[in-house]
Design a protein around this ligand. Structure first.
Ligand SMILES: Cc1ncc(COP(=O)(O)O)c(C=O)c1O
Length: 365
């Protein structure tokens, strides 16, 4: 076998450990998963009805162009239908962008540390990855701009950033977009946009009229609670979307995903409730981390990266034994863990377990 040499050493994506697997492995009755930034409140009740109604069509291919959903989403976002493309999660939209734009040797600029899927897909296309360290956990847009060369095809901005949760300021973002050459595609990944309550946050969709080289990524996996249905989307100029559409598989989203997404958009009261709950959860967790003397990044998503001052991978194992799954193993933050904001009960159980783990580790020194 002769695979492409550039994929041979690619790491296989390590997702958050599923709760069912941990229950079985450790013989635990209750396992709380706070590892993948999923919605602890489930999804809108309207989604269940939509999925049940769609069941009669299970033998039929979905509409490859997601026409109905596109129409409803376009109206909701205030953009044209030609500006939207759906993917099997925004993960797939990232892959499609790379497939459409990157050739071997092209450069692509991204933060270090940020969502790993940009890096992997860029490598698959043979692009040269130019990583720019975060500054205080936030994208350093001036330093990223300085790395843009005539070979640069794509710049990735994850806003809020995964795993730090930080956002870029309105001024920094618009000043960056004013200065970047217009042939460079700027991907604004806003997977957590609906959670942001800070009034200084710039919604990428509002920038599309002014900057034709911007594409915004959003997802139904986070606040809408539809992660298992794999549906996310990109919004950009029709010309950019048309290019990406050329490399899309014919039926990349399912009937259930499309039906669920339509129902989910229609229930913005659920979205607001989740945003409010998340805000309260962040306040609770921040106050508890303060009490425990643990530093954390100022987050705007549904997760917090907190410095546990112990090897994150070991704290991950210790917490798992107590039935709590979090995320660790971030290269740049070896003594941090990332925890998703859960329900008040889950958050309290997480804090109690963390306190137990950290005090036990201290006692062992
Ligand atoms: C920043 C960011 N972008 C994109 C995704 C992909 O989400 P999905 O493929 O479920 O839409 C995630 C998932 O964790 C994420 O954190």
């Amino acid at each position: 076998m002769l695979p492409k040499s550039r994929i041979v050493n690619l790491p296989v994506y390590q997702p958050g450990k599923p709760a069912e697997e941990v229950k079985k492995e450790l013989g635990l009755e209750e396992v709380i998963k706070l590892a993948s930034n999923e919605n602890p409140y489930g999804c809108s009740p309207r989604v269940r009805e939509a999925i049940e109604a769609e069941f009669t069509n299970i033998t039929q291919y979905p509409d490859g162009s997601s026409a109905e959903l596109t129409g409803e989403l376009a109206a909701f976002l205030g953009v044209k239908q030609e500006q939207i493309i759906f993917g099997c999660g925004s993960d797939e939209v990232i892959a499609l962008i790379c497939r459409a734009f990157l050739l071997p040797g092209d450069e692509t600029v991204m933060a270090d540390q940020t969502f790993s899927v940009y890096n992997t897909n860029s490598q698959i296309e043979g692009a040269v990855i130019v990583e720019v360290p975060l500054k205080d956990g936030t994208h350093d847009l001036d330093a990223m701009l300085a790395k843009v060369s005539e070979k640069t095809k794509i710049v990735w901005i994850c806003n809020p950033n995964n795993p730090t949760g930080t956002i870029v300021s309105d001024d920094a973002l618009t000043s960056f977009l004013d200065r970047i050459p217009s042939h460079v595609l700027v991907v604004l990944d806003e997977a957590y946009a609906e959670y942001v309550t800070d009034s200084s946050y710039t919604d990428g969709i509002s920038l599309l009229g002014k900057y034709s080289n911007v594409i915004v990524l959003r997802t139904f996996s986070k606040i809408y609670g539809l992660a298992s249905l794999r549906i996310g989307f990109g919004v950009g100029q029709p010309e950019v979307i048309q290019l990406i559409n050329r490399v899309r598989e014919p039926f990349n989203t399912s009937r259930f995903g499309q039906a669920a997404a339509k129902a989910a958009i229609a229930d913005q009261a659920f979205v607001k409730e989740c945003r409010d709950n998340n805000y309260r959860g962040l306040q609770y967790l921040s106050a508890e981390f303060d009490r425990l003397g643990l530093a954390y990044f100022p987050t705007h998503g549904n997760f917090i990266l907190v410095q546990v001052k112990e090897p994150g991978a070991e704290v991950f194992q210790d917490l798992m034994k107590l039935g709590i799954i979090i995320r660790a193993g971030f290269n740049k933050y070896p003594d941090y863990i990332r925890v998703t904001v859960g329900t008040p009960e889950q958050n309290a159980k997480f804090i109690a377990a963390l306190e137990q783990v950290l005090s036990k580790r201290k006692a062992q020194v």
